[in-house]
Ligand binder design. Structure first.
Ligand code: SF4
Length: 162
């Protein structure tokens, strides 16, 4: 499976989640949490330049300055940042340079926004991360459960715990 933004996000959140998704054990459609996330996405942005698909990435919004990624909570900021950095990297390889804007939607009254930039350090981190994901997905053994706060909201919760 070609690496995409979701796999990058999962890799930083939970290696097992990354492995299961990357090997196409797709339980996402049954997850209430994923469904809520999709509704939030659809209801927040209906203007132009939204939901842009380029190769294997799908951008929530792109303007002259920013690529915007929306998340329904700030439960795993690092994973969300790496996903957005990956989008910036894919665009840069196509000659499109942007900054990243990360918006956490659940904080409706006090919406949290992070601005991120793709620098040399992040590029190197992404490169090694992509290599590690490729190796991880080829493995015959499913990585162990990583007990995290996010487990109960994960699409694989039943698979892991029940
Ligand atoms: S339920 Fe927890 S351990 Fe299992 S894949 Fe999801 S995040 Fe990882």
């Amino acid at each position: 499976m070609k690496i995409n933004g979701t796999l990058i996000n999962y890799y930083f959140h939970c290696k097992r989640q990354c492995y299961l998704c990357g090997n196409r054990l797709n339980l996402e459609d049954n997850s209430e949490d994923v469904a809520i996330g999709k509704v939030l996405h659809e209801s927040k942005y209906t203007g132009e330049n939204t939901e842009v698909k380029i190769d294997n990435i799908s951008l929530d919004k792109i303007t002259d300055r920013y690529v915007t990624e929306m998340k329904k909570s700030d439960a795993d900021i690092e994973a969300a940042k790496m996903q957005l950095l990956y989008y910036l990297k894919v665009l840069k390889e196509k000659g499109i340079e942007r900054e990243g804007k990360l918006i956490f939607l659940e904080k409706n009254k006090n919406q949290k926004i992070d601005i991120i930039k793709l620098d040399e350090k992040n590029l190197n981190l992404l490169k090694s991360c992509e290599e590690e994901i490729s190796k991880l997905l080829e493995n015959d053994i499913v990585p162990p459960i990583e007990k995290t706060k996010g487990c109960k909201k994960c699409a694989y919760y039943e698979y892991c715990y029940l």
